[in-house]
Design a protein around this ligand. Structure first.
Ligand SMILES: O=C[C@H](O)[C@@H](O)CC(=O)C(=O)O
Ligand SMILES: [Zn+2]
Length: 275
């Protein structure tokens, strides 16, 4: 069963007037992972699609979504699927790909329908418009490029694993990876940055059920926060900071689409400019 919700792009002048419930409605995706379903959010931020597929005993097929206006979902798009659950399988064009926990599958434009199976698997889906067909490829954490950033003293010691990234493999728009906080560290992406060239989505996971991440967003001079649970995701427009502090350590998947794929092309925000 497929459910798709549309989220409009949002202007920072409007966003700063929103109360908690309205901010959550625009930027937080609370229920992507529901057993027996595929839930998608079609965002007008770089037309990124963010979703979840949780197969039960039956497989789930993602063939088409009317929001894309194409007969097949991947006719003019690429996708990256990350398994945040137990081992599962994604079949694409008659080939089965077995994904363990944290493996990512890149699927190129025109590859056809995606069939998700394996009870216990939890597939996080990302997709963006593409301009050419590139081969489907399974990327495991050992293939990723690792960057160690931050410091224990500032509670932001973390490892960034770049999976779908120009240094690892080719994609059209999507740049996707995973950041794991070291034990005792809770801050991600602090010092904060913005990048008007690219929109971003975060999925927080590996967070105990009774813990929360305080995710910070907004223009640097108008920050707001979203209180986020395990397996919830957020959307980050180009004008917004995106960083968070957890009440426990966690891991998150970040994904970007937009004008360039240069991970280091960010505008750092000075601490004195944050308000
Ligand atoms: O533009 C890059 C993205 O915001 C994330 O990759 C940042 C991140 O994972 C981190 O610093 O912890
Ligand atoms: Zn960023």
């Amino acid at each position: 069963m497929l459910k798709t919700e549309i989220r409009q792009a949002i202007d920072p002048r409007h966003a700063k007037t929103l109360d908690t419930a309205a901010l959550r409605k625009e930027f937080l995706m609370e229920d992507l992972f529901i057993e027996g379903r595929i839930n998608l959010v079609y965002s007008h931020l770089d037309r990124m699609i963010v979703g979840g597929a949780v197969p039960d005993a039956n497989a789930l097929e993602l063939k088409a979504a009317k929001e894309t206006g194409t007969p097949g979902f991947l006719d003019r798009r690429e996708a990256v699927i990350v398994n945040v659950g137990d081992e599962g399988t994604i079949s694409v064009g008659g080939t089965d790909h077995a994904l363990g926990n944290r493996d990512m599958l890149y699927v190129g434009m025109g590859a056809g329908a995606l069939i998700f199976s394996g009870k216990g698997a939890r597939f996080y889906i990302l997709s963006a418009p593409a301009h050419r067909a590139l081969p489907t490829r399974l990327v495991r954490i050992a293939d990723a490029k690792r960057l160690d950033l931050g410091d224990r003293a500032t509670s932001n010691e973390r490892s960034i694993f770049q999976f779908v990234h120009p240094d690892v493999m080719e994609s059209c728009q999507l740049v996707v990876g995973m950041t794991k906080l070291a034990g005792g560290s809770v801050w991600n992406t602090m010092p904060a940055h913005v990048h008007d060239r690219r929109s971003e989505a975060y999925l927080y996971f590996d967070l105990p059920e009774d813990q929360r991440v305080f995710h910070f967003m907004g223009e640097p001079s108008e920050t707001r926060h979203l209180v986020v649970k395990n397996e919830q995701a957020i959307l980050s427009p180009g004008w917004s900071v995106h960083c968070g502090a957890g009440t426990a350590s966690y891991t998150f998947i970040w994904a970007m689409a937009g004008d360039n794929m240069d991970y280091r092309d960010v505008d750092m925000v000075k601490m004195e400019d944050l308000q």
